[in-house]
Design a protein around this ligand. Structure first.
Ligand SMILES: [Zn+2]
Ligand SMILES: [Zn+2]
Length: 351
């Protein structure tokens, strides 16, 4: 009932920004090692992705942008955006194999061989149609949602990365077949700056973008309150046929770039809820992607615990990976979160 595929290619290591850039594939290798040490791959099937065609990539990116990335990749210098995402030699191929991993994660679900699939090498939610952004080159999240629409009429994306899923939202803003939920830190001057409650999509997609902006200092209690009051009822109402979870590890309290305070316990609670919702409404169909996460140890523990939960093998060996405590939000922060929840209930007609 939790038959799970883990998509992996050793070429994922090639997606590594130079020098002291915070995005490193160490998180992926640490996660894989933690799982190997616990014999997880007796229960979870390792599957290699095939490289996708450029035509598939063009479902969400313009030919001009793809050519631009190829050119920068051959030269191996400069930036793909205003200065967050440096080009290096081979970045095109490195980004493509990771996107291919997410496409593979979708395809193994489609043929009903697997209930769940995981691509921790994916989750590049900031990339736009014509633009790289925030360490993301190609948007695999929006791409597999678009591909998934060929088979399903209702797909939900639940993005718990600490940053707003602005690229995914922009690419699917007018799309009612994809419910886009993003929980993220929201604060003046914090990247990418979008993701307030009033961004709800437009055209046919109006009402199908749900943004849950959270203040710095949000702990497990406040995060779960928002999740239970907003995310759960919205998914119950929508009844998606497939759920895509973007599980960036940078909402963790040790993350150096984001000031949310989720612990591994909070993460596990959220992932368990998403997993249960997938079984209740989506015939079990759940894809977990990675995302950000700049404290590598915390991210690897978050991902390992999450994967164990989804694969149905969570036990004492994974419990030992937890933080020693759950986190609490201050009274001031809780008050802010309650206000946001009340606003969202009105905006999304939840009362
Ligand atoms: Zn399951
Ligand atoms: Zn992030």
């Amino acid at each position: 009932m939790h038959k799970t595929a883990f998509i992996w290619s050793d070429e994922y290591y090639n997606y590594s920004f130079p020098a002291d850039h915070p995005f490193k594939p160490l998180r992926e290798s640490m996660t894989k090692r933690i799982l190997e040490e616990r014999s997880a791959f007796h229960y979870i099937t390792l599957i290699e992705p095939e490289v996708i065609s450029e035509e598939i990539l063009q479902l969400v990116h313009s030919k001009e942008y793809i050519d631009f990335v190829k050119d920068k990749s051959a030269k191996g210098e400069g930036y793909l955006d205003e200065g967050d995402t440096p080009a290096f030699k081979g970045i095109y191929e490195a980004a493509l194999i990771r996107v291919s991993g997410s496409v593979k994660a979708l395809s193994v679900i489609l043929n009903d061989k697997y209930d769940h699939s995981i691509n921790i090498g994916g989750g590049f939610h900031h990339a736009k149609k014509n633009k790289a952004s925030g360490f993301c080159v190609f948007n695999d999240v929006a791409l597999i949602a678009k591909l998934g629409e060929r088979y399903f009429s209702k797909i939900a994306i639940v993005d718990i990365d600490g940053h707003h899923a602005d690229g995914t939202q922009e690419l699917l803003n007018d799309d009612e077949k994809v419910l886009k939920i993003s929980l993220h830190m929201f604060h003046p001057n914090f990247f990418p700056g979008s993701g307030n409650v009033n961004e709800i999509g437009y055209g046919k997609g109006r009402g199908y973008a749900v943004n849950i902006p959270l203040p710095p200092g949000t702990g497990d209690d406040g995060y779960l309150l928002a999740f239970d009051e907003i995310v759960v009822p919205i998914i119950e109402r929508y009844k998606p046929e497939l759920i895509i979870l973007v599980a960036g590890g940078d909402s963790h309290f040790n993350d150096p770039l984001v000031e949310l305070k989720l612990s591994t316990h909070g993460y596990l609670d959220v992932v368990t809820k998403v997993h249960n919702l997938a079984h209740k409404y989506s015939n079990g169909r759940l894809i977990m992607l990675g995302g950000g996460g700049y404290n590598y140890d915390a991210t690897a523990r978050v991902w390992s615990i999450s994967i164990a939960e989804i694969a149905g093998i969570y036990d004492v060996e994974y419990q030992s990976l937890h933080d020693p405590f759950s986190t609490k939000s201050s009274q001031f922060v809780m008050e802010k979160i309650r206000n946001t929840i009340n606003q969202l209930k009105k905006i999304h007609s939840l009362d």
